[in-house]
Design a protein around this ligand. Structure first.
Ligand code: NOJ
Length: 516
């Protein structure tokens, strides 16, 4: 099944399926594996090369699956192992690769190891997690959880355990030999079932310095900043863990791993993609950049630098299940949509690997989820200060005039769907040549088939203030974005695709164009 030496991922378009929200086959209001399989035809039509499935493993769902109780089984909410096998087989028949999430930094508090650890204050079971005595009456150090509040929770016998995320996600101790051994088992388990690769959660987080020194509190929960002392992340020992992962993957030619690495320094980021570590590193610079020509261009340059240092293709993404959707991030209402469409061409014109987040191709906005419906632990840990990530996780609208828009055969969905999404359904957009979905379909098709997209190198063109233009050196595609508020003349070339109307060769504000 896997062809030796096949680096299919080098210019792939990946599609992130947030499993809870993609398609629900059994009517319980939560997406599942059979739901994905039943919608593979859509993904084929969209033209993506590979899927990244968010965690579908056994979990009490305290962080919607990123709290794994058994990494080698499917949670009944999402189906079972047979459903997984059916999905992989059918995706492969369709020519779509399947990559899955791997969560090595922490487990669920319901994982058998943690239950054993809790039951055994003086025994070795605690060694698989990071249990410590307190400092005075307080926790062992001043670390903050990414979800807010202290990163330590005290158990009844007085010890504290570390959790960089929710208290129901205890961090593993990677110096304990059981921990890497178990990860290898998990890798092989899924590789033997035919998966094509992994997305590694918090890939810069697993190793912690032995003395657990205090962090600079100003680093707060902004992970991956190197100007402030933050020993919670990016410890050098993490690289040995990635080497172990890579050794296993190398036994399965054609498989790959991409790390979720919130490290902004290009040199430090590049270390994760050394030849014996991860194949790719997620790069969030583009997603974090404001809608501003200079900021966007700077973020693209920084990402290209990190990839060039590492000698791997760059990866690009505008959003995922943790980030406010781009159609809202770039501005409200029609302006946000217009800009998100323009940015889709900026994204899909870039050399390397693109990750799309489900629903971006429909131009879905972020949703203001009503207080009563909020589920994200980030909301609760922050005492309501942070509204959390539910707003970008609302189920996808497929067809029909009212919620649940074909997402589910049932009537209610795990997060409520806005009634005005009737105009954004897949069904409506497939019929409309000017829809965001049609734009994405054309862009993905061109990216895959048109010779203008060949070659990994990019150069910048001069462009009017508030605009930028890059050119793919090999294939000579030119992409121009007008992020200013006045129309600008287009450079020479035929229009291959535009994110909006381009009257008389003048590119309107908030529009991008591909030229050849
Ligand atoms: C990153 C994941 O993308 C996010 O959803 C999750 O909450 C944390 N890692 C913890 O696993």
């Amino acid at each position: 099944m896997h062809r030796a030496g096949d680096a299919w991922w080098r210019d792939a378009t990946f599609y992130e399926v947030y499993v809870r929200s993609f398609a629900d086959s059994d009517g319980d209001g939560v997406g599942d594996l059979d739901g994905i399989r039943e919608r593979l035809g859509y993904l084929e039509l969209l033209g993506v090369d590979a899927l990244w499935l968010t965690p579908f493993f056994r979990s009490p769902m305290a962080d919607h699956g990123y709290d794994v109780a058994d990494p080698r089984d499917v949670d009944p909410l999402f189906g079972d192992l047979d459903a997984f096998d059916r999905l992989v087989a059918e995706a492969h028949r369709t020519g779509i690769k399947v990559t899955i999430d791997l969560v090595p930094n922490h487990t669920s508090d319901q994982h058998v190891w943690f239950q054993e650890a809790l039951a055994d204050p003086y025994g070795p079971a605690r060694g698989r997690y990071i249990f410590r005595p307190g400092r005075g009456d307080g926790p062992p150090n001043n670390w903050i959880s990414v979800f807010g509040g202290p990163a330590w929770t005290q158990v009844p016998d007085g010890q504290w355990y570390l959790h960089l995320f929710d208290p129901r996600q205890p961090d593993l101790d990677w110096t304990h030999p059981d921990v890497p051994a178990d990860l290898e088992r998990t890798l092989r388990f899924w590789l033997d079932r035919g998966v094509d690769g992994f997305r590694i959660d918090v890939a810069h987080g697993m190793a912690k310095p032995a003395d657990l020194p205090d962090m600079d509190p100003r680093a707060g929960n902004k992970i991956g900043q190197h100007d402030l002392f933050d020993p919670r992340f990016d410890d050098d020992a993490v690289h040995d863990i990635h080497r172990r992962v890579r050794r296993v993957l190398d036994e399965y030619p054609g498989t790959m791993a991409v790390g979720e690495i919130w490290v902004t320094d290009a040199e430090r980021l590049a270390l994760y993609m050394r030849p014996d570590e991860l194949h790719l590193g997620f790069n969030f610079r583009l997603a974090l950049a404001n809608y501003d020509a200079v900021a966007l261009r700077t973020s693209i340059d920084a990402s290209l630098d990190a990839a060039a240092i590492a000698g791997v293709p760059p990866t690009w993404t505008l959003s995922n299940h943790d980030i406010v959707r781009e159609a809202t991030r770039y501005g409200d209402g029609p302006l946000g949509t217009q800009r998100a469409r323009a940015m889709a061409l900026v994204l899909l014109g870039l050399p390397g690997v693109v990750y799309l987040y489900n629903g971006a191709e429909l131009g879905l906005p972020n949703v203001t989820v009503p207080d009563w419906a909020i589920q994200d632990p980030k909301y609760f840990r922050s005492g309501g200060q942070n509204r959390g990530r539910d707003g970008c996780r609302v189920p996808l609208p497929w067809e029909g005039a009212e919620p649940p828009f074909g997402f589910s055969a049932g009537t209610s969905t795990w997060l409520p769907m806005p009634p005005d999404w009737a105009k954004l359904t897949v069904e409506r957009q497939l019929e409309d040549a000017d829809s965001t979905l049609s734009l994405y379909r054309q862009a993905i098709e061109l990216r895959k088939t048109h010779p203008a997209f060949s070659g990994g190198e990019l150069e910048w063109y001069g462009a009017p203030a508030g605009c930028f233009a890059y050119r793919r050196k090999g294939g000579r595609l030119v992409c121009v974005l007008n992020a200013s508020d006045v129309p600008v003349p287009l450079p020479a070339g035929d229009i291959l695709l535009a994110s909006g109307a381009v009257p008389e060769r003048r590119l309107p504000p908030n529009t991008a164009v591909w030229l050849v």
